[in-house]
Design a protein around this ligand. Structure first.
Ligand code: GLC
Length: 475
């Protein structure tokens, strides 16, 4: 089957969060399973773009209302990623270092979606499935069905995968003229709360809706930033599919970004070496238990709770605890975290920014990974951590609920229910006690290391959905 994944992010071309990891991995496994899988993302000015060779396979002009932007479709020449990667090059809109955060983000991603479809229709070969990811690609299922110029693609089946329902790509009807002409009697599909809501459009018009974990699918029926009712109404075409992780990239035995490779057979010694390297870099004491956080510093991830929870946990356990944070996000959270460095020197440190190599070393060298998320559609960090023998400390929500079981129930992690400073500190204290009980600590580690979160199995679940919508029009 010919499958297109359309997304704003794809690792290693362009990454902000977990969306990139999923779009960079799932297609590889779909290719391995015998499908022709292609990924299409905008052509940003990133390291990967600049260091790799691309060939131009199509060019045209994308029309966005009164504006006309020349565009090229570039194909990565070697297919070394395990699937065909295509970049939509619209220099005026995407030749910039960042992926999001510009005033014209709406124009950028609407133009991207139109250019993608202009190219697909020009190929004269109709794909079997287009899998859209998040709101940046939510207009595609609508345009395919109703825009006159894509008439020949109208029967292509579409799936929208929701990685984060908080962001929805809203814009006013004053920009309706950006869209290619369509029969106005269908305009209602575009509307949600008096706006054009790209994510809602995708949910309404796609043949199937997937979320990145089963629990998240349940949760968005009552908490989805205004889309609860819509999610309820499409329940019969929705499915929660837990993400996998790329076992080839995330393998402590082969990982070249860490200080010492190890497996479940020698994890104690291996992890200790990594911990020493990490602690040396951040002036911490490798004999103390190390709790780390990796991620975006936003309320959604519980980032706002981190400064206070860190201060409280450290002041209670100064003799016996290290905390390390890697991330960037809200400026006020960043500055509070930087401030804590002076108060807790030797026990705490923070790296503001993101660094893939450092993230790998943190997974390898930490004892615990903190994930106090308010919302977590799937969460990949807990799975990376477990694979590297690091115990996740999580709030039970979304995919965290589906992957982490408290060690009190013979599980692989530490869980709490509230997104609060008190709950985080309580869990840290439980972690400290467990750390002192090496036999049980190691059992929890081993349970995590043997969990099967590989993509092979997950990839099949996506293919089943594609087959169902192709054969029966329903899932
Ligand atoms: C988003 C979600 C995260 C999920 C990832 C990949 O970043 O916030 O929970 O794991 O997408 O699906």
């Amino acid at each position: 089957m010919e499958i297109f994944h359309i997304s704003a992010e794809c690792y290693p071309m362009a990454k902000v969060g977990g969306l990139a990891d999923v779009v960079g991995a799932l297609p590889k496994y779909q290719t391995n399973a015998g499908h022709n899988t292609r990924v299409v993302v905008p052509c940003y000015d990133t390291k990967f773009k600049n260091e790799n060779i691309f060939e131009c396979v199509h060019w045209g002009t994308v029309k966005l209302g009164n504006f006309n932007f020349p565009f090229n479709v570039l194909k990565e020449s070697t297919n070394k990623l395990g699937y065909e990667l295509y970049l939509i090059e619209i220099n005026e809109l995407f030749n910039r270092p960042n992926i999001y955060g510009y005033e014209d983000d709406i124009e950028r991603f609407v133009a991207f979606q139109i250019a993608v479809l202009d190219w697909i229709i020009a190929r004269n070969k109709v794909p079997d499935v287009i899998n859209c990811h998040d709101h940046h690609t939510g207009l595609i299922p609508f345009l395919l069905q109703f825009a006159y110029k894509y008439e020949n693609l109208k029967d292509v089946k579409t799936v929208i995968t929701i990685h984060n329902g908080l962001y929805q790509g809203w814009f006013g009807f004053d920009k309706l003229y950006y869209l290619p002409e369509f029969d106005l009697k269908h305009v209602g599909f575009l509307e949600w709360n008096n706006c054009i809501n790209s994510l809602a459009v995708g949910i309404k018009c796609a043949d199937a809706v997937t979320t990145v974990s089963p629990s998240y699918l349940n949760e968005i029926n009552y908490a989805a930033n205004g889309l609860e009712g819509l999610f309820n109404s499409v329940r019969n075409k929705s499915k929660g599919i837990l993400n996998g992780i790329d076992f080839e990239v995330w393998n402590p035995l082969k990982d070249s970004m860490i200080a010492e490779n190890y497996s479940i057979n020698d994890f104690e010694a291996g992890k200790q070496k990594n911990k020493e390297k990490l602690c040396e870099q951040f002036e911490l004491d490798p004999s103390k238990p190390l709790f780390s956080f990796i991620g975006r510093l936003f309320d959604e991830k519980g980032g706002d709770l981190l400064p206070q929870a860190t201060a409280l946990a450290l002041s209670e356990n100064f003799e016996n605890l290290n905390i390390l944070i890697l991330g960037s996000g809200k400026p006020e959270i960043e500055s509070q975290l930087i401030q804590l460095r002076t108060d807790y020197k030797g026990n705490y440190n923070v790296f503001i920014g993101y660094n893939e190599d450092l993230a790998h070393l943190i997974y390898a060298g930490s004892d615990y990974i903190l994930m106090p998320s308010r919302v977590e559609p799937c969460g990949l960090n807990q799975m990376y951590a477990m694979r590297y023998g690091t115990i996740p400390v999580v709030r039970r929500t979304g995919g965290l609920r589906d992957t982490v079981i408290d060690f009190g129930d013979d599980g692989n992690g530490i869980c709490h229910d509230q997104a609060s400073v008190g709950d985080i500190c309580y869990s840290i204290n439980r972690g400290l006690k467990l750390f002192a009980d090496k036999i049980n600590f190691n059992k929890v580690v081993q349970r995590g290391m043997t969990a099967d979160h590989s993509w092979e199995r997950v990839c099949q679940e996506y293919i089943e959905i594609y087959n169902l919508i192709i054969e029966k029009n329903e899932i």
